[in-house]
Design a protein around this ligand. Structure first.
Ligand SMILES: Cc1cc2nc3c(=O)[nH]c(=O)nc-3n(C[C@H](O)[C@H](O)[C@H](O)COP(=O)(O)OP(=O)(O)OC[C@H]3O[C@@H](n4cnc5c(N)ncnc54)[C@H](O)[C@@H]3O)c2cc1C
Length: 410
């Protein structure tokens, strides 16, 4: 007998688990195939700092007990300055959060299979009918969702995802104790999520300190290994070396120790989206470039994409004549561009401009931010080109030309 479901989801990350949660709540038969074993879950996939905001917690009913610390401020740091914005947030225990999504999905009736490594789609007579896992096992479904993050085995095989290595951002972080969160000469980082623009620590990217309670914090570095990174990088240094160098040289880490077994690492792609779905299939979360390119917020974005996929599947399967053609699935693409990641193009432009800038320009940007009203910053952050222009100076012109040339070459 065939193992049959309405929807088969590959990957139990925030995107896949949320999609399953929503579908199970609507009484669909949904199975989630997750490569990791249940006893250790999440191990390798426990990759995220887990910084998020109340809008995510409220929209998706996330309980407080997966929060390590509620924060009051977002701080942006440059080599010699800092800018504090009052904004409530939450630093999640990413592992506990992922486990909650699985448990809640199961409570609603979702079927979870761990130790299930998805390898390829099953296509019969040109029609996608299911998924192969662990080499020889199979599940069959009307709709298949790839939520495996950057590995994307189904999306790649179906020609949906074109994630490029040149656009892959890599990140690594440690959890530390003994951090001086209110050091002289620096912003007060108690109850704060801090992002630092400084090519010495993160060439072509950014580094961070997120408070996790008492004297503990998550401390990390990320960047894309592209031309900008190479321009600012020190020969022979890898990402772990940059993080260690920061910890060794910043006085805030003078008395710190690493918390055992609490380190996280992973990657995501920062690039324009291409195709997102095809007949009977949708790609969600980091399987397509859903993560916010500017500050790497991928949890909320991924969950919104999971919900958009669930809404699309519901529309397709609840029709009097269920239809899963590419045209029917394209509702997902529309939702993605309007609800999940609107104005992606403007945010990619801002990202490229920001990470091309020099350390001196970062200091100037922060002093400019202090003199601008909050509305300008909020609108620039939301991708308004008019407000982005307000953040530029005449000296940025050569960078704009470099960027325009790069975009034309592409
Ligand atoms: C170092 C770092 C820090 C970050 N910090 C933040 C942050 O502070 N805030 C924020 O919002 N975002 C952050 N992000 C981004 C965020 O974690 C991701 O965007 C988010 O996890 C994407 O969710 P996802 O479900 O698409 O993919 P993933 O979280 O990658 O989940 C994919 C799941 O699929 C499983 N899988 C993989 N391959 C297979 C296969 N072949 N078969 C079956 N299962 C498979 C994996 O084990 C995993 O469980 C960070 C990312 C990194 C790397």
């Amino acid at each position: 007998m065939e193992d049959r479901f309405d929807v088969a989801v590959a990957g139990a990350g925030p995107a896949g688990a949320q999609c399953a949660r929503d579908l199970a709540a609507r009484n669909y038969d949904v199975v989630v195939l997750e490569t990791e074993s249940e006893s250790a879950f999440p191990a390798q996939s426990n990759k995220s700092t887990g910084g998020t905001f109340p809008s995510m917690m409220a929209s998706f009913g996330i309980p407080d007990d997966v929060v390590m610390e509620f924060t009051d401020n977002v701080v942006i740091e440059s080599p010699n300055d800092h800018f504090v914005q009052q904004r409530s947030g939450a630093v999640l225990d990413f592992g506990a959060f992922k486990q909650f999504l699985v448990d809640d999905g199961r409570r609603n009736g979702a079927d979870y299979r761990f130790d299930a490594r998805v390898s390829k789609p099953i296509v019969e007579d040109g029609v996608l009918v299911g998924v192969e896992y662990n080499g020889s096992e199979a599940v069959y479904a009307d709709i298949v969702v790839d939520a495996t993050g950057p590995s994307a085995p189904l999306a790649k095989a179906l020609g949906v995802s074109e994630l490029e290595r040149e656009n892959q951002a890599i990140g690594v972080e440690y959890e530390l104790e003994g951090v001086n969160l209110d050091a002289d000469g620096y912003a007060d980082l108690r109850k704060a999520m801090m992002l630092r623009l400084d090519h010495d620590m993160a060439p072509g990217g950014y580094s961070w300190i997120f408070h996790t309670g008492d004297d503990t914090a998550k401390v990390g570095v990320c960047y894309i290994q592209n031309d900008t990174h190479r321009q600012y990088a020190t020969d022979g240094r890898g990402i772990d070396d940059y993080l260690q160098w920061w910890i060794d040289t910043d006085p805030r880490f003078e008395s710190t120790e690493r918390i055992e077994d609490r380190h996280h690492r992973g990657s995501a792609h920062i690039q324009p989206p291409g195709q997102l779905s095809t007949d009977g299939f949708m790609a969600i979360g980091d399987t397509v470039p859903t993560i916010d390119p500017l500050w790497g917020e991928g949890i909320h974005q991924g969950m919104k994409s999971g919900r958009a996929a669930a809404v699309t599947a519901d529309g397709c399967l609840s029709a009097s004549e269920p239809e899963t053609s590419a045209a029917a699935m394209s509702v997902y693409d529309e939702l993605w561009h309007t609800e999940v990641a609107p104005r992606m193009d403007a945010r990619l432009l801002m990202t490229e401009l920001l990470y091309l800038a020099s350390n001196e320009r970062y200091d100037r940007l922060l002093s400019d931010l202090k003199s601008l009203d909050e509305d300008t910053l909020a609108k620039a952050n939301a991708g308004s080109k008019r407000h982005i222009l307000k953040l530029l100076r005449p000296s940025d012109f050569p960078r704009l030309v470099t960027l325009a040339r790069k975009r034309l070459r592409r």
